[in-house]
Each structure stands twice: as C-alpha cells, then as structure tokens.
Ligand binder design. Structure first.
Ligand code: HEC
Ligand code: HEC
Ligand code: HEC
Ligand code: HEC
Ligand code: HEC
Ligand code: HEC
Ligand code: HEC
Length: 406
C-alpha cells in the first residue's frame, strides 16, 4: 500500500515536472526563435533585415561581402566612411579665385564650409550625412534637410586623393542645392522609401534607408527566409528565398543589368520595385540599340558591352558570374580573371586561342585582360581636376575584342 502511494507521488511529480517544463520554461525557448524585426518594408510586402542577420548562418559569405565595393557603395557619413581629408592643408578645395571650400569636423560631425576669398568670409555650412561611392574611383556626399536629400558641391576623387567639384557642377559660381531623386539611390542603396509622389521626389523615410548594396539587393528582402530558418534550424532546404540556380540566364543577367546597363528609359514602374527574378524589360528599357554601340559608355554599361562581344554572343552560358564572384572583392586579381578566359580559350575546348606568339603575350605578363579588355576613358564620367580641365575616369571595357593599340 505504502509503495503504491510512493509510486503515485512519483508519477505526480513527473507530471508536474513535465507541466513546468512545458509551460514555464517554454517561453525561454521561444525567445531564442522569436521573430526578427524588419529594418524596412518593401512595397511588395516582404521585409529587409540587413546582412548582419545573415551572418549567423552564412558567416563566410558575410565576411567577404562586407569588403566589396557593393557593400561600401553607400553609408552614413562619418570619419571612417568619408575618404577625403579633414586635416589642413588637404581639407581645402579652391573652386576658383573667389570661392573656397574647407572641410571641418565640429562636435564629431563632418561639414563642408564655404567661404569667400580673400577674407575667409563664411557663406554657408552643410553637414555630410550620406556617402555615395566606395571610394574606388571617388565619392559624392549628400545632406538631409528635414526628410529631403541634396548633394554637396564637393566630391572626392581617389586617383588624385583630393576634393573636387562634383561632376556637372559649375566652376564659376556656387551651385544651388541639387535634389537627389530615387533614381540615383536605386543603383547605390539596397532600399529607400520615397514619401512624396509627384513633387519633391527627393523625400524619404529616414528610418527606412538600407545603405550599401547588401545581400537583399541581389537576393530579395529576406525576412521570411530568416524567420523560417531561425524557427526550423534543422531544415537544410532553403525556404522563402529566390534561387539564382533556378532562374533563366536572362533573369540572372537582369539581376546585374538593373544597375549595370546604363541609364535606362523608365516606364511607369517606380525605382526599387524590381526584385531579383523579375524581367527587367518590364520595368525599364535600354536607351540604346545594338546598332549604336558608340552610345554605350564603359561606365555603368558592362551589360550592353558584354552582350555585344563575340564571347557572349557565341556562348550559351556566359553571364556576369562566369567571371565575377559577387560575394568577393576581386579588384586587380587579374590572374584569377585570366584563368576564366582560359577555361574557354584553350586548345581542348576547341575554341579559338590567342594568335599572338607566347613571347609577345609574356611582355604583358600573359595578361589577357590588359590586351582584350583595356581601360577606356568614360565619355560621361569626367572630373574637374583643375579649373576648366576635365579628366575622364578610366573604366575597363566589357567589349571583349582585339585592340591593336594595346
Ligand atoms: C537561421 C539561419 C539562416 C539565416 C539567418 C539566413 N539563412 Fe539563408 N539559408 C539558410 C539555410 C539552412 C539555407 C539552405 C542551405 C544552404 O544553401 O546553405 C539557406 C540558403 C540561402 C540561399 C541559397 C538559396 C539557393 O538554394 O540558391 C540564399 C541566397 C540565402 N540563404 C540568403 C540569405 C540571406 C540574404 C540572409 C540574410 C538576410 C540569410 N540567408 C539568412 C539559413 C539561413
Ligand atoms: C543595385 C545596383 C547594383 C546591382 C543590382 C549590381 N551592381 Fe555591381 N555595382 C553597382 C555599383 C553602384 C557599383 C560601384 C560601387 C562603388 O564602388 O561604390 C558596382 C560595382 C561592381 C563591380 C566592381 C567592383 C569593384 O571592386 O570595384 C563589379 C565587378 C560588379 N559591380 C558586378 C556586379 C554583378 C556581377 C552583379 C550581379 C550579380 C551586380 N554587380 C549587381 C551597382 C549594382
Ligand atoms: C551583387 C549581388 C549579390 C550580393 C550583394 C550577394 N549575393 Fe549571394 N549570390 C548572388 C548570385 C548571383 C548568386 C548565384 C551565384 C552563382 O550562381 O555562381 C549568389 C549565391 C548565394 C548563395 C548560394 C550559393 C553559395 O555561394 O552558397 C548564398 C547562400 C548567398 N548568395 C548568400 C548571400 C549573402 C548572405 C549575402 C550578403 C552577406 C549575399 N549573398 C550577397 C548575388 C549576390
Ligand atoms: C543606373 C545605375 C546608376 C545610377 C542611376 C547612378 N550610378 Fe553611380 N555608379 C554606378 C555604377 C555601376 C558605378 C561603378 C561602375 C562603373 O563605373 O561602371 C557607379 C559609380 C559611382 C561613383 C564612383 C564610386 C567608386 O568608388 O568608384 C560615384 C561617386 C557615383 N557612382 C555617384 C552617383 C550619384 C551621386 C548618382 C546620382 C546622382 C549616381 N551615381 C547614379 C551606377 C549608377
Ligand atoms: C564562356 C566561354 C568564354 C569565356 C569565359 C571567354 N570567352 Fe572569349 N570567346 C568565346 C567564344 C565562344 C568566342 C567566339 C569564338 C569564335 O568566333 O568561334 C570568343 C571570342 C573571343 C575573342 C575574339 C573576339 C573577336 O571580336 O573576334 C577574343 C579576343 C576573346 N574571346 C578573348 C577573351 C578574353 C580575354 C576572355 C577573358 C576575359 C574571354 N575571351 C573569356 C568564349 C569565351
Ligand atoms: C569574361 C569575363 C567577364 C565577364 C563575363 C564580366 N566581367 Fe566584369 N570585369 C572583368 C574583368 C577582367 C574586370 C577588371 C577587373 C579589375 O581590373 O580588377 C571586370 C570589371 C568589372 C567592373 C569594374 C569596372 C571598373 O573598371 O571599375 C564592373 C562594374 C563589372 N566588371 C561588371 C560586370 C557585369 C555587370 C557583368 C555582366 C553583365 C560582367 N562584369 C561580366 C571580366 C568580366
Ligand atoms: C600582348 C597582348 C595580348 C595578350 C597578353 C593576349 N592577347 Fe589575345 N590577341 C592579341 C592580338 C593583338 C590578337 C589579334 C592577332 C591577330 O589578329 O593576328 C589576339 C587574338 C586573340 C583571340 C582571337 C583569335 C582569333 O583567331 O580570332 C583570342 C580568342 C585571344 N586573343 C585570347 C587571348 C587570351 C585568352 C589571352 C590570355 C591567355 C590573350 N589573348 C592574351 C593580343 C594579346
């Protein structure tokens, strides 16, 4: 009898333990998997979470991605992200004989101060709020006025390591503030939400700016993917995310052509509405035809130039990722690019091989790119390095071909 009571008490204790475990301890388990909050919402409904949220499960990609020009293509302005100097004498830029700019740090914030010569009479002071450009070739800067964005008149030009007049600005006078429309942000940010429609299209929801060309620019807003996999850590099949491997060649090309096929003609779809997997021509159309190759600029139109090359036209598979790993900074790693050329241009693959004797190729370090994808001056991106002297920016052409002058 006594034994039976003991057994019953034991069973009761077990049941109690189970209930305590189930109802009292459970909240701390759900805590671990509590849904992550979005940092911005796309107009199509899904949320952005930012690359830090991907690091937990895709650490290797995250680590190399934050070193890319894409990730650094826009940011909040601070002493680390702004490349130009705030130390005298490099912090000064003379627009002309009567107007000067001085870049100063005041209470931890960065400013462009404009003054009149010769007495240093102050004219205006504007804060650097947003940086556009990783600084590979240069940077431009934006300031907030309430919820509207405007460009500063100074920019930075990396080859000269100096402040310059922003491209397209007058050098004989101060420019009025140039509003920054969504079109400009579309190629340099992951997301920005415009708040006004028909006028003042330079107003944005300040709290929903997603700087940098981050993971979700190329993979789509990933809130549902992240929440699913946090909740189901044992599932190894990717859910709620676009799979590049199941997209068509054109869809994969479009994912890059969105920003690398020049200034396209826009229909009635608003910037930032395109997401990977969409067909770009339903959102905007090229502003050139196959016939007028001359109109294509080396700056910003890698897609147009590549698609006019024999390599592209005579291959069924070539796209941007044939040569580029979008998760890595591969700048100047020419040897790794040359291997890509040789993966098709070798005697085994039965494609044509270089007709230039090996001794001559050696004079250019066997560098296919040096001879077949040379640096070409941009017709549209020009920097005023000295008063009335425009210097074109050099960009590598994607019109792969035979260039006799190299
Ligand atoms: C809690 C874990 C987790 C987080 C956080 C996470 N993922 Fe994933 N992701 C997975 C798993 C699991 C897979 C499937 C296995 C694999 O491909 O690694 C996957 C696969 C992917 C794929 C490949 C899809 C395919 O098959 O082609 C992409 C792209 C991707 N994730 C993007 C992201 C992005 C972008 C973020 C951040 C916004 C992110 N993931 C955050 C777990 C996660
Ligand atoms: C949202 C617009 C956008 C998309 C989408 C995009 N790019 Fe870019 N890409 C840029 C911008 C802007 C830069 C210049 C970044 C900078 O230096 O500030 C750039 C730079 C690059 C560079 C030069 C990197 C360097 O080290 O200087 C390569 C290569 C490149 N992109 C390839 C690609 C490929 C491949 C894809 C598709 C998988 C792609 N991009 C998709 C906007 C984009
Ligand atoms: C410039 C566009 C771009 C950016 C930015 C980008 N990806 Fe990708 N990602 C791609 C493309 C294109 C593929 C398909 C690659 C291929 O087919 O070679 C891919 C493939 C993947 C895959 C599946 C294949 C693999 O390599 O494991 C994962 C996972 C992934 N990306 C996660 C991320 C995460 C996480 C980030 C940010 C830390 C990120 N990507 C940033 C374009 C991008
Ligand atoms: C159609 C897409 C597109 C638009 C719109 C665009 N850019 Fe760019 N921008 C690019 C690409 C792509 C690159 C780099 C690759 C190249 O030179 O082709 C670039 C490069 C730059 C660079 C040099 C970055 C570096 O570090 O090398 C700056 C600065 C810049 N853009 C500023 C701007 C500003 C400011 C605007 C708006 C007024 C703007 N861009 C509009 C695509 C665009
Ligand atoms: C995916 C395979 C592939 C890759 C990668 C590739 N090519 Fe090609 N390339 C081709 C094909 C196919 C042709 C056309 C051959 C023919 O006419 O039969 C071609 C043609 C050429 C031509 C002749 C162009 C002309 O106008 O007559 C040159 C030069 C060339 N490639 C150089 C390169 C260089 C340099 C690289 C690396 C940056 C490269 N290719 C990468 C497939 C490729
Ligand atoms: C056949 C190989 C190949 C293909 C395919 C290719 N690229 Fe490139 N790309 C290169 C090489 C080589 C460079 C020069 C890299 C360097 O100098 O660091 C380059 C450089 C770039 C740059 C930087 C240009 C500069 O001078 O700043 C951008 C942007 C770029 N590629 C975008 C793209 C896009 C977008 C696509 C697809 C439409 C693409 N590339 C396809 C080989 C290729
Ligand atoms: C020193 C400059 C130089 C270097 C380096 C070089 N090439 Fe060439 N290549 C040329 C010239 C010039 C021609 C045209 C020769 C002719 O028509 O007689 C050519 C022709 C070609 C052709 C077209 C052949 C045909 O029959 O139409 C291909 C393909 C090619 N090169 C690929 C490559 C590859 C791949 C590499 C790197 C392994 C490379 N080249 C390195 C200068 C160079």
């Amino acid at each position: 009898m006594k034994k039976q009571v003991q057994v019953w008490i034991f069973i009761l204790l077990l049941v109690m333990c189970f209930l305590v475990f189930k109802f009292l301890l459970k909240p701390s388990f759900t805590d671990t998997y509590s849904p992550i909050e979005p940092i911005a919402m796309h107009s199509k409904g899904n949320g952005f979470v930012g690359s830090k949220a991907c690091a937990a499960c895709h650490l290797d990609i995250y680590k190399t991605h934050i070193e890319t020009a894409h990730f650094k293509s826009s940011a909040s302005a601070n002493i680390k992200t702004v490349k130009g100097s705030f130390k005298a004498p490099e912090n000064v830029f003379d627009l002309n004989d009567s107007i000067g700019f001085r870049m100063n740090i005041k209470k931890g914030a960065l400013y462009q101060d404009i003054f009149l010569k010769p007495n240093n009479t102050p004219v205006s002071s504007s804060r650097f709020d947003v940086v556009i450009g990783s600084g590979t070739k240069g940077q431009s800067y934006l300031k907030w006025r309430d919820s509207s964005l405007y460009q500063l008149q100074v920019s930075y030009f990396t080859p000269n390591n100096s402040w310059v007049n922003s491209p397209g600005y007058p050098s004989d006078k101060l420019a009025s503030d140039r509003p920054i429309f969504e079109r400009c942000l579309e190629c340099h940010l992951t997301y920005a939400k415009s708040t006004k429609r028909f006028y003042k299209r330079n107003s944005y929801k300040k709290t929903q700016m997603v700087y940098g060309i981050d993971c979700e620019r190329c993979h789509g807003p990933a809130l549902n993917h992240v929440n699913f996999h946090r909740k189901n850590p044992k599932d190894t099949v990717a859910m709620h995310i676009v799979k590049h491997s199941s997209l068509t060649r054109q869809q994969n090309l479009d994912a890059c052509a969105l920003c690398h096929s020049g200034l396209r003609m826009r229909g009635n779809k608003s910037p930032f509405s395109f997401v990977v997997g969409d067909t770009l021509n339903q959102f905007s159309t090229p502003d050139y035809t196959e016939e007028d190759l001359d109109k294509l600029d080396v700056h910003g139109n890698q897609y147009g130039l590549l698609s006019a090359s024999e390599c592209f036209k005579k291959s069924d598979v070539m796209d941007c990722t044939t040569c580029h790993n979008p998760h890595e900074n591969q700048r100047d790693n020419h040897m790794s690019f040359n291997k890509k050329c040789q993966s098709c241009h070798n005697k085994k693959e039965a494609h044509v091989v270089c007709r230039v004797p090996e001794e001559v190729q050696k004079t250019s370090n066997n560098n296919c790119i040096h001879c077949h994808m040379p640096l070409v001056s941009s017709k549209v991106m020009k920097i005023e390095t000295a008063i009335d002297t425009l210097k074109p920016v050099q960009v590598r052409t994607h019109l792969i071909g035979v260039y006799t002058s190299q």
